[in-house]
Write a protein that binds this ligand. Structure first.
Ligand code: ZN
Length: 78
C-alpha cells in the first residue's frame, strides 16, 4: 500500500510539473530563459509548502541555483 501511494504521488507530481511548464509557457519565470527548465517549489516542502500548482514555478537551472542557497537539499535534482 505504501509502495502504491508513493508511486501514485510521484506520478501526480510529474503531471503537475508538466502543467507548471505549460502554464509558464516553457520559460523561466524569473528571467525568461527557455532551456534547462525545472519545476520548483515556491515554498519548500520542508517549510510546509505543497505540491499543488499554486506552489510550483518554472525556473531554469542557473536561476534555480541562485535562488536556492540551502546546501542540504533532501530531494534529488533529477
Ligand atoms: Zn532563469
Amino acid at each position: 500500500m505504501i509502495e502504491f501511494l508513493s508511486w501514485h504521488t510521484s506520478c501526480y507530481i510529474k503531471f503537475f510539473k508538466q502543467v507548471c511548464l505549460v502554464l509558464d509557457q516553457f520559460k523561466c519565470r524569473v528571467c525568461g530563459a527557455k532551456s534547462k527548465l525545472q519545476c520548483h517549489h515556491i515554498k519548500p516542502r520542508a517549510g510546509g509548502g505543497t505540491d499543488k500548482l499554486s506552489n510550483l514555478m518554472t525556473l531554469h537551472e542557473a536561476t534555480a541555483r541562485k535562488g536556492r542557497k540551502t546546501p542540504n537539499r533532501s530531494s534529488k535534482a533529477e
